[in-house]
Design a protein around this ligand. Structure first.
Ligand SMILES: [Zn+2]
Length: 100
């Protein structure tokens, strides 16, 4: 059984998941972190490992920002003096996500 693909976020190893199936992705064929291919065989969402890693990292950054925004919005709601305006949902779709 192959190891699921994961990326390092703030020192923690987080599994990369298929955006459609929300299932972990695996190496297709040879495990090679330079030129290997990874993806979800269930829906044939497959990419070169570096592309998938970049996609997952972009998602993680955006997701972290959105979570922060949501926290700020919740805080602002408690106050008469503060308002929050900012993005609360992803403005693009990602092929690979990170479970963190
Ligand atoms: Zn899938």
């Amino acid at each position: 059984m192959a190891e699921p693909v994961s990326i390092n976020i703030d020192g923690e190893s987080c599994p990369v998941i298929c955006a459609r199936c929300k299932e972990p992705i695996f190496f297709i064929g040879e495990v090679d972190t330079e030129v290997g291919e990874v993806g979800c065989t269930a829906c044939e969402n497959v990419s070169p490992v570096k592309e998938a890693a970049r996609e997952a990292l972009d998602f993680a950054k955006a997701e972290a920002q959105l979570r922060l925004n949501q926290t700020l919005k919740d805080e602002a709601r408690k106050s008469k003096f503060m308002t929050f305006s900012g993005q609360l949902s992803h403005n693009r779709t990602y092929r690979f996500l990170v479970d963190f």
